[in-house]
Design a binder for this molecule. Structure first.
Ligand code: WT7
Length: 652
């Protein structure tokens, strides 16, 4: 470590540089080429995947508000499942494609070879086809972290059907909204999802959701635990029975590069979650390239990303990127602390993991348990460490670096979003020094700009701060919001014309390195999970006792941000501990456990402007316990409201 402008700086070790695909000189040369001539650069990178019909066009993008359209490799055709499986069969048919590590460490891990993966995906594709799924149809996947979740994704891709994964922690209501939102034909689920020694009744959640969906939506049920489920003949299909009878070959469909591959619902600052649409060709090229370069993945490595396939990280960096590269990707069903706080490290030791990718929230939780849980495991196989989802604090970074990585392993702090399909900014192992908490440098082809939030003008030079936009497109970018291109344009291209607006603030330091400063909109980040405060508010006001609610984030030691709710009750309702508990449960059932409020404060009134707009800035300050800098409150309709909220701040 050295220091520079008071920041600790960790240059890459000689060993890391020697091994890396990309060193500093190569990064500079490739980056310059990628922005000077994107067509030439991405035409070359397009060769990473096998095309059925090769592309002749590369980039065709319009960022003008009102006419936004994004196309890459638009006249090429390919199949994602063939790229992730079939093309590896000759060279690595017997190599493990997936290592499955179950929740319960006593249960045997499974090594699924590329040949076996091929057979299972084809069988799943045949089962789905027999249920009426064809090219362009939508399929919802609501699954535990088991190999069948990956089979389901790849089977959809093989057919050309569009999958939309709903994280198994979401409630029946949230599931129903997504089934209806994309008019899915089939929901794939499992009987139960074991996690941390407990079980989520997925099938019964799906049953509850399907009550709110069209009658012809079918349900394909994978057996995980063998636990009891209710069954509706004609609607419910037994995956294990059908797959046993199904053929193990299925011709991959020829898909246009711009045909949708998947929809993934994510929270925004307003309204209900939006269906982010990713397409086939550009997405796969970008996922494969970033997986290889960011993690410095080499043939034969064992790679583990601890995310869930319910999030974009699981799509790009458990399934599509690694499998496109012929990697061995580890799928873990459990949680970091079950049966104890050494589970992650036990799994690293057991499977000799080379690249390990996780979220800061997990590191913070484990760090608190003490070093002995790490130190008793042999972590000498580790080479690259990664983090994702939220800013990492210097303490957690140092712990990861020293205790987990033994000071040998570069840490890639990858900044990206559901919308971006893959990493946009990250240090690269052999090319860049690391600064704890900094996403450092743009990936190839990415031109970050820092804008003045009010004027929207680019701030040039270093040592500056503003909102983060991206100047031009990259192949992995989302193409639209499912069924609502207008919303797509309004969300990402309206506020700062001619740019993609990320929703994040950022700082470019004196050296020109990037630091994400957090969301500048009403989106909060709870344990690396993205949550729209508006969603929690609408869940709260749906309760009979609640008249009004305002939700903000506040700093939380483990989760990064916690959920702080100000609730105004109906006249006929009385604040009580029971009601508080009831509201918490209510939000959990409306959205899911990840949206569970950390704090609920009874608010007789909310601070509003004379035009009735809630002043969230003030609510955020109170939640942060920062009363000294409330700013201008003179425009409030009733300034005394603020005094009451301060006096009765929850926990004070
Ligand atoms: C938001 C996107 C990308 C997969 C997981 C989250 C925040 C993401 C970082 C990072 C600081 C980060 C941003 C971003 N974020 N990675 N390395 N450092 N902040 O995807 O749910 O779409 O959330 O997560 O605020 O906008 P997502």
């Amino acid at each position: 470590m050295t220091t520079h402008n008071e920041n600790p700086v960790y240059p890459p070790t000689a060993e890391t540089i020697a091994r890396a695909h990309v060193d500093a000189a190569k990064y500079d040369q490739m980056y310059a080429a990628s922005v000077a001539d994107p067509n030439a650069f991405w035409a070359e990178q397009g060769k990473r995947v096998d095309w059925i019909k090769p592309f002749t066009q590369v980039k065709d993008v319009n960022y003008n508000f009102g006419e936004v359209s994004i196309n890459w490799y638009a006249d090429g055709s390919l199949n994602v499942s063939a790229n992730c499986i079939d093309r590896h069969l000759q060279t690595r048919g017997d190599q493990a494609a997936i290592i499955f590590e179950p929740d319960n460490p006593e249960e045997a891990a499974q090594h699924i070879s590329y040949s076996q993966l091929h057979g299972s995906v084809c069988r799943m594709a045949n089962v789905l086809a027999s249920m009426g799924v064809s090219k362009g149809d939508r399929v919802i996947i609501y699954m535990p972290m088991i190999p069948e979740a990956a089979y389901a994704m790849l089977a959809c891709a093989r057919i050309g059907a569009i999958h939309s994964i709903v994280f198994a922690g979401f409630s029946p209501d949230a599931l129903a909204a997504r089934v209806n939102g994309c008019e899915a034909k089939v929901v794939i689920t499992a009987d139960h999802a074991p996690r941390g020694g407990r079980q989520t009744p997925l099938k019964s959640n799906a049953d509850a959701a399907l009550l709110h969906c069209k009658e012809d939506v079918k349900c394909l049920v994978v057996k995980r635990t063998g636990g009891q489920t209710t069954w509706i003949d004609g609607r419910d299909f037994d995956y294990n029975a059908l797959a046993a009878e199904a053929s193990d070959s299925f011709e991959p469909a020829e898909m246009n590069a711009e045909d949708p591959l998947f929809i993934l619902y994510t929270s925004g600052s307003t309204g209900q979650p939006k269906g982010v649409v990713h397409t086939t060709g550009g997405y796969l090229v970008y996922a494969a390239m970033t997986h290889e370069i960011t993690f410095d993945y080499h043939d034969g490595d064992i790679y583990w990303c601890t995310a869930d396939v319910g999030w974009v990280t699981g799509h790009s960096y458990i399934v599509y990127g690694p499998l496109a590269n012929g990697a061995t990707t580890l799928m873990f069903e459990g949680v970091p602390t079950y049966p104890d706080a050494s589970r992650f490290w036990q799994v690293c030791e057991k499977h000799k993991v080379n690249q390990f990718y996780t979220a800061p929230t997990a590191l913070r939780a484990l760090m608190g348990q003490g070093n002995e849980w790490v130190e008793k495991c042999d972590l000498s196989s580790l080479r690259t460490l990664g983090t994702v989802g939220e800013p990492i604090n210097p303490e957690a970074w140092s712990w990861y670096n020293d205790v987990v990585g033994g000071g040998r392993c570069p840490i890639v702090d990858t900044w990206w979003q559901t919308e971006t399909g893959g990493h946009l900014m990250t240090p690269l192992p052999g090319a860049h020094a690391m600064k704890p908490g900094s996403a450092m440098k743009p990936f190839f082809g990415i031109e970050p700009v820092v804008l003045d939030p009010t004027s929207g003008v680019e701030i040039e030079g270093n040592d500056v701060e503003g909102v983060l936009c991206i100047k031009d497109s990259w192949p992995g970018q989302m193409r639209t919001v499912w069924g609502d291109h207008e919303r797509f344009q309004k969300t990402y291209f309206a506020d700062y014309k001619g740019y993609y607006f990320t929703g994040d603030g950022c700082k470019r330091d004196a050296d020109g390195d990037y630091w994400i400063t957090g969301r500048v909109d009403d989106v909060i980040n709870v344990s690396g999970h993205r949550m729209g405060t508006a969603e929690v508010e609408s869940a709260l006001v749906a309760h009979v006792a609640v008249a009004e609610a305002a939700v903000v984030g506040y700093p939380h030691d483990i989760k990064g941000q916690g959920i702080y709710c100000y609730v105004t009750l109906m006249n006929n309702a009385e604040p009580s501990d029971e009601l508080l508990k009831e509201l918490r449960t209510w939000v959990r059932t409306e959205i899911g456990p990840i949206a569970s409020p950390d704090v609920i404060q009874w608010a007789p009134g909310l601070p509003k402007t004379r035009s009735g707009k809630i002043m969230r800035r003030i609510l955020r300050k109170i939640a942060e316990n920062d009363f000294g800098s409330l700013g201008d409150t003179s425009t409030l309709a009733d300034p005394s409201v603020v005094d009451d909220l301060i006096a009765n701040r929850a926990g004070s």
